[in-house]
Write a new protein. Structure first.
Length: 238
């Protein structure tokens, strides 16, 4: 058990530090937390080390979430993701992962932390449960909670349920934040692969007023004539 401590994990990360990577890594969290520091590791290395530590206890994972270092927190959410994806994970373990994510959302405070863990930790847990928490987060003043609400629905999409994706997108379609606009566009596009009629219905209602980046992400997989049609709707609004 001592093998999988937060201290050993951080020590392992430090063995792969590379100053040349620091400026690259800083770009990932430049707008989210001015107190965040970085060690200088590429993400592939962080993910590989996290996989080696996937049996870490959640109390130790929470210690990683407390770190000021970007790669350490990315390691924490990656360990959570690996655990949540484990086959035959006991329900109490799945709930514990969900509870930790929600309770420590103050430390899951960047777009890629959310994207790494929200579908498996939040979405998969809620597959067969009420989705009230997602709708609550969709109305949050915290951008990362709103992004979690949208991104978590990817698990529902993969299971063939697009209803909540479009319902949460309805709440967030005029969000002022670019990182929410991109998430809305991305996940209604994914939902549209399962139900193109629902996507087109959503676009018919909102294309003329939604942010342009949301529209462009949403129509990315359509043929050119369909893309042009929705872009024309947007231009008419101007």
């Amino acid at each position: 058990m001592d093998t999988y401590t937060s201290e050993r994990f951080i020590h392992e990360l430090q063995q792969h530090q590379n100053e040349a990577e620091i400026e690259k890594v800083k770009k990932f969290f430049k707008d989210s937390d001015e107190n965040t520091k970085c060690l200088g590791l590429n993400m592939r290395t962080v993910f590989q080390i996290a996989k080696q530590f996937k049996d870490m206890t959640l109390s130790e994972v929470e210690r990683l979430l407390e770190s000021d270092y970007y790669e350490v927190r990315m390691g924490a959410v990656s360990i959570m993701d690996f655990q949540a994806k484990a086959k035959k994970l006991p329900e109490e373990n799945r709930q514990a992962l969900y509870d930790l994510y929600i309770r420590r959302h103050d430390r899951i405070n960047n777009w890629d932390f959310v994207d790494r863990a929200a579908p498996s930790v939040i979405g998969t847990y809620l597959l067969d449960k009420p989705k009230d928490k997602l709708y609550e987060m969709a109305h949050s003043s915290n951008i990362w909670e709103r992004r979690t609400a949208m991104v978590s629905t990817y698990s529902f999409i993969k299971a063939g349920n697009t209803e909540d994706t479009f319902a949460i997108a309805e709440i967030l379609v005029h969000d002022p934040e670019d990182l929410i606009n991109k998430a809305v566009g991305s996940f209604i596009r994914e939902a549209g692969k399962k139900d193109e009629d629902k996507l087109k219905s959503f676009l018919n209602k909102h294309a003329h007023t939604m942010p342009r980046v949301t529209l462009r992400y949403a129509i990315e997989k359509f043929d050119k004539s369909t893309r042009d049609y929705y872009l024309t709707l947007k231009k008419k609004e101007r």
